[in-house]
Design a protein around this ligand. Sequence first.
Ligand SMILES: Nc1ncnc2c1ncn2[C@@H]1O[C@H](COP(=O)(O)OP(=O)(O)OP(=O)(O)O)[C@@H](O)[C@H]1O
Length: 258
Amino acid sequence: MITFDHVTKEYETTVALNNVSFEIADGEVFGLIGHNGAGKSTTIKSLVSVIEPTSGTITIDGKPLSVNDLELKSKIAYVPDSPDLFLNLSAGEYWDLIRAAYNIPNDEAEAKIQELMAFYQLEGKRNHLIQSFSHGMRQKVLLIGALLSHPKIWVMDEPMTGLDPQAIFDLKQQIKQHAAAGNIVIFSSHDLNTAQELCDHIVILKHGEISYDGTLKDLRAQHQNASLEDIYLNMVKCVDDSITNEKSNKDNEVGEES
Ligand SMILES: Nc1ncnc2c1ncn2[C@@H]1O[C@H](COP(=O)(O)OP(=O)(O)OP(=O)(O)O)[C@@H](O)[C@H]1O
């Protein structure tokens, strides 16, 4: 179980998350939905300790997530929104790095790498530099890395971006299987159809605040079965988040004076 308890993240002039609270149960596929700038990546980066919330607490199975908590961190695998990391490593070197970081036995990692290379059609690419790969192939390298540790919590930021239809289909199957085994799968998306297909539970974010927390089925029932697209667009209405997330002028003036 993951709990966000009154989590706020402020950047210099922006409140990216404002007092956000929600829970994710074991076995759930959880979707974070929202427009550009709504706070999805900030939520994800807070959970995987890439950034620290300004206030509030994130707990995993009742234990607060602190920056140095290796035990909790080892339960989490993270696929960031950009796969342009570790470009000077080969795919195999990247997986070795993950294996060492998560302390995965060699033979276990090897078996999983073989299985996943075949699954994602990356056979023969193990010794190629990541920089020589297309966007979708880089994404697949990160997905394989994430799955090596059999993570209890698998977190992905916009994971479908750049994948071909076969890879998207395969990833969806994996997401379902991973959650069915009692694990938590969390991903952010702009794509309501994907969310509808996969998610047991969604949170819709708007300007760093929660507009909806629940199932898609309940959301549709509350809106007399209007199309999901209509419900969503009504809920978040297209306003420039970068403007509306800004702290008040008064805050800024105080900041400038001090
Ligand atoms: N490092 C940063 N410094 C300052 N502001 C930031 C930083 N990262 C994000 N923000 C701001 O925080 C808000 C939320 O950004 P975030 O990246 O979480 O949105 P998102 O929902 O993931 O958007 P997208 O769908 O475009 O990826 C935005 O207004 C953004 O400009």
